[in-house]
Design a binder for this molecule. Structure first.
Ligand code: UD1
Length: 426
């Protein structure tokens, strides 16, 4: 497995330009299946999850070109109605193609994504919504078969505002007959980006960003060109890197309301954040302030995807902070690894922990437990004198474009060591 070695102690400072959001581009790539035409998408991040989606599209017959951050998909011809299980196993969120496939075709089959490290992650809300739209679903042997006996607008009431279920419903409803009304829809910014993309190809979707989304079905869609919104989670991660190392960070392009749930917590930790034009400038705290309670919740609450990184920051705060993870049942795996680096963390329950700031962390060999947990370990390592090793970095590469180059350009001493097994011959 590849790993990063990090010699910490340098300030992470300077100017940061971040490409498009992982959580936007994945459903947008799925949406390209719908228009039976060409989609040109700019600001696409070079991350491994994008390559999995590209492989999925190619496996069903789409022609795909990805160069310099621009992705061109021609979905005129679809040659396969089934999604290879291999891809769903590689990336759980590939379930997002289900809504688009059944929107376009009369039948599709996809492997059940199952759980993952951070939780059981059922897809009952996705499947119930598709059934509401008239899709007949058979689950057998770990696979989901969808039959489009009919696809009609309907009213969906989500009992929880699931991001993926909201997106899958939008994708299926775009070409349904009649109007679909989604109540208690997820409000994440990436859902607005999906709406913008769909509307640019001729769909009639409104309300994304609020908890009520309405989709009026259309018969045909057309070519589309779109630029993905900046990745608020990647930006937030680098802001924490600067806050932890005492550096000032300028971010070129942000969408202010998207950043606020993260900026709000960083301000509470003592950071100064000023929005300037389309960007922001962050000045680090002199002393990192403990935040009494950090509770994750659906947007516009504090995002679960920033919980691990903020915990790294609190590891060096001047007091005690309590973290309550409410979205996923097993998203504290980074705690054990942060503890190896000297953080003082105590579990209160499976989803509540208490972290008491320490003056310094110390080096150790740690393993990325998942995407954001891995990022949290890198952040911690940036503050530690001497060499810290972070392995299992394939998790991190799923969602951060060239993280080691980006950090190096901001002052970090970080090296990627590829395929250790091959080097050692084991
Ligand atoms: C998306 C994001 C992920 C983020 C999460 C929450 C993408 C590609 N991924 O994941 O980065 O952490 O939103 O903001 O956009 N649930 C059910 N039944 C369902 C669906 C979800 O019980 O049918 C539960 C999940 O197990 C989880 C919670 O709802 O506990 C939130 O899941 P959801 O909002 O669906 O997250 P994802 O779309 O998987």
């Amino acid at each position: 497995m590849s790993k990063y070695t990090i010699r910490g102690g340098n300030k992470i400072e300077g100017r940061l330009a971040i490409r498009g959001a992982k959580n936007s581009i994945l459903p947008i790539i799925a949406a390209t299946i719908l228009n039976e035409s060409v989609s040109t998408i700019h600001n696409v991040p070079d991350i491994s999850d994008v390559y999995v989606m590209i492989k999925i599209l190619e496996s069903i017959g789409c022609k795909v070109k990805y160069e310099d951050g621009t992705l061109v998909v021609d979905s005129s011809n679809i040659s396969s109605m089934e999604i290879d299980e291999h891809y769903v196993r590689k990336m759980r969120s590939s379930i997002i193609v289900m809504g688009a496939m059944i929107g376009r075709l009369d039948y599709t089959k996809i492997s059940h994504p199952g759980g993952c490290a951070i939780g059981s992650r059922p897809i009952d809300l996705h499947l119930n919504a598709l059934k509401e739209l008239g899709v007949r679903i058979e689950e057998d042997d770990g696979f989901i078969k969808c039959f489009k006996d009919k696809l009609v607008g309907s009213t969906i009431n989500f009992e929880f505002p699931s991001v993926g279920a909201t997106e899958n419903t939008m994708l299926a409803a775009v070409k349904a007959k009649g109007t679909t009304k989604i109540y208690n829809a997820a409000r994440e910014p990436e859902i607005e980006d999906l709406q913008d993309f769909l509307n640019s190809m001729g769909a009639k979707v409104r309300g994304a960003g609020t908890n009520y989304i309405e989709i009026e079905g259309v018969e045909t869609l057309h070519e589309v060109e779109h630029t993905v919104i900046p990745d608020r989670i990647a930006i937030g991660t680098y802001m924490v890197a600067s806050a932890m190392t005492g550096g000032c960070l300028e971010v070129d392009r942000v969408i202010i309301p998207h950043m606020e749930p993260i900026s709000d917590k960083l301000r509470a930790a003592g950071c100064n954040i000023e929005y300037k034009g389309n960007g922001l400038v962050m000045t680090p705290p002199k002393i990192i302030q403990a935040i009494d309670l950090v509770r994750t919740s659906p947007h516009p609450g504090f995002p679960t995807d920033m919980q691990a990184q903020l915990m790294s920051l609190m590891a060096l705060s001047n007091g005690t902070s309590v973290f309550h993870e409410t979205i996923f049942e097993n998203r504290f795996m980074h705690c054990a690894e942060l503890t190896r680096l000297g953080a003082n963390i105590k579990y209160i329950t499976e989803n509540i922990c208490m972290i008491k700031g320490v003056a310094n962390l110390h080096n150790a060999k740690v393993k990325s437990p998942d995407l954001r947990g891995g990022a949290a370990l890198i952040l911690a390592a940036l503050t530690i004198n001497g060499e810290t090793e972070v392995s299992n970095i394939y998790h991190v590469e799923r969602g951060y474009e060239n993280i080691e180059q980006t950090l190096r350009s901001l002052g970090a001493e970080i090296l990627k060591i590829e395929n250790l097994e091959k080097v050692k011959g084991c």
